[in-house]
Design a protein around this ligand. Structure first.
Ligand SMILES: Nc1nc2c(ncn2[C@@H]2O[C@H](COP(=O)(O)OP(=O)(O)OP(=O)(O)O)[C@@H](O)[C@H]2O)c(=O)[nH]1
Ligand SMILES: [Mg+2]
Length: 197
């Protein structure tokens, strides 16, 4: 039985402290409170290995995790564009994200999370552009869709395609929920595909 120690690798705030590994990596980005750590726990089949909180700004370091089969690493980033920490701290975190992504060796996929309950935010479009330039497959995970009325889901899909399609030829996205587990199998399948497993 895998325990916490076997599934948590390390925390880092600088690229020099990234763990050395030959495993493929999938990294998770999104605004604070969008549900990154929750989604990682769901993919890991763990309740609270990645610490989550209803208060934004919970994850402050870059955390590396392993699934039970240790086939790849999941990289949980602090949230970008988080206003409440103050302008200079926010810029520091955003800068840390932008500089360290370049140094994530074996990065095979980027999952960008956007909150399905609210309109598209400019900071999400800015980060979409930046993350696309990293040049690895990019999946948009629309989160908290359990809170979206069923009758509004197709409207939500059209909005994601339109807004995020301004910057790329083809938007890849999945509607997800860690509550109902919507989209989790599809996300797992995409991860397997991009890591070539
Ligand atoms: N209804 C609903 N709530 C969710 C879902 N996913 C996450 N949440 C809630 O959203 C809040 C934030 O979740 P986290 O996973 O901590 O968010 P995060 O993106 O890691 O946040 P930071 O670490 O602050 O950047 C928590 O209260 C979660 O329970 C979901 O699919 N549905
Ligand atoms: Mg978090």
């Amino acid at each position: 039985m895998a325990n916490k120690d076997q599934q948590f690798v390390t925390s880092a705030v600088k690229a020099v402290d990234f763990p050395k590994s030959n495993l493929a990596r999938i990294a998770f980005f999104g605004r604070s409170n969008v549900g990154k750590s929750s989604l990682i726990n769901t993919l890991l089949n763990r309740k609270n290995l990645a610490r989550t909180s209803s208060t934004p700004g919970k994850t402050q370091t870059i955390n590396f995790y392993l699934p039970v089969d240790q086939s790849y690493q999941l990289v949980d980033y602090p949230g970008y564009g988080y206003a409440k920490v103050g302008k200079s701290r926010r810029q520091e975190i955003d800068q840390m994200i932008r500089t360290t992504v370049q140094d994530l060796e074996n990065l095979r996929g980027i999952v960008q999370l956007v909150d399905g309950r609210i309109p598209t935010q400019q900071v999400d479009l800015d980060f979409e552009k930046f993350l696309n330039r990293v040049g690895v497959p990019h999946m948009i995970a629309v989160t908290k869709t359990d809170k979206v009325k069923k009758s509004d889901l197709s409207k939500l899909e059209r909005r994601i395609e339109t807004d995020f399609g301004q910057n790329v030829e083809l938007v890849e996205y999945l509607l997800t929920s860690t509550v109902t587990k919507t989209g989790i199998d599809n996300l797992n399948a995409w991860i397997k595909e991009v890591i070539g497993f």
